[in-house]
Design a binder for this molecule. Structure first.
Ligand SMILES: Nc1ncnc2c1ncn2[C@@H]1O[C@H](COP(=O)(O)OP(=O)(O)OP(=O)(O)O)[C@@H](O)[C@H]1O
Length: 268
């Protein structure tokens, strides 16, 4: 991947010069290594004002995130972090702005027009995801919403394969699929919540406070798991646990009160 990612001309403003992009393009996509084509998630001009209200909760949010990297958003309570995640996951419609995937060649030049990121390509694990577990078994929890009677054998086979992969990638092979999800340890409940999202094979996985409410061992387990998942997936995390996640973080942003996002090193 190219280190000149942020030097590439913006697909939205082809006449802009390279130099001005380096200075002014807030969605510049920093390359991570040098091995070939790559893609970046690009958030441009995202603003959100809840219908019937006077104030924006998010104000012109711009950032980009390289595939297979981890971005971390931190900031004070009530600044708008969760609201941003909800917009990125397609749960709330932005007042303005867009979320695209931009592909680049190895020299950091966009090699096709940016594509809108469909919400179904985004997975989201909410804060305390175990509170939303409904099923009596791990299998039912992971396969909730899958086609039952309908669907070809081929579709079912594909889903089974994805289930197997998801369970393996979160290190749950040792747990019976008949286990009651509510009886799992705190760390395994978080693994299950991740597996539920991974079955959908998202391009972008969003995590809201993934370490909240866990004991030290489970926290260390989840950090290790995120390190492993980063090899396959792009992760965007909101967290107050900056020290524990710092070794995984490729880019970080502070959300300021009023929904203003600024790139900033972790204050640790
Ligand atoms: N639909 C809504 N209408 C009006 N205000 C809202 C709405 N949703 C959220 N808010 C307000 O927007 C602000 C940002 O909330 P948000 O949950 O995004 O903050 P946060 O940074 O994630 O906080 P925390 O760290 O406590 O989770 C809060 O003041 C919240 O009360």
């Amino acid at each position: 991947m190219s280190s000149s990612c942020f030097l590439s001309p913006s697909p939205l403003s082809p006449s802009t010069t390279t130099t001005s992009l380096v200075r002014f393009n807030p969605t510049k996509c920093k390359a991570l290594s040098v091995s070939g084509d790559y893609s970046c998630f690009q958030v441009k001009g995202l603003t959100y004002r809840p219908p019937g209200t006077e104030n924006n909760l998010l104000n012109d949010v711009n950032f980009s995130l390289h595939e297979k990297s981890l971005g971390l958003i931190f900031g004070r309570s009530g600044s708008g972090k969760t609201t941003l995640l909800q917009l990125l996951a397609g749960l709330v419609k932005p007042t303005s702005g867009s979320i695209h995937i931009q592909k680049y060649d190895k020299d950091g030049i966009p090699n096709q027009a940016p594509e809108l990121l469909p919400p179904e390509r985004v997975g989201i694990v909410f804060q305390f995801p175990e509170r939303y577990f409904l099923a009596d078994t791990v299998l039912e929890e992971v396969t909730f919403g899958w086609p039952r009677q309908k669907g070809s054998a081929q579709v079912k086979e594909q889903l089974a394969l994805r289930l197997q992969r998801a369970i393996t990638s979160v290190g749950m092979n040792g747990i019976s699929l008949d286990e009651d999800p509510h009886a799992l340890s705190g760390g395994y409940k978080r693994r299950l919540a991740l597996a539920i999202q991974l079955v959908q094979v998202p391009d972008l996985l969003i995590l809201d406070e993934p370490l909240a409410g866990l004991d030290w061992k489970a926290r260390a387990d989840v950090v290790k798991l995120l390190k492993h998942l980063k090899k396959e997936l792009t992760l965007l995390v909101v967290s107050h646990d900056l020290k524990e996640l710092s070794n995984l973080v490729d880019r970080s942003w502070r959300m300021e009160m009023g929904g203003i996002l600024k790139e900033e090193p972790l204050p640790i």
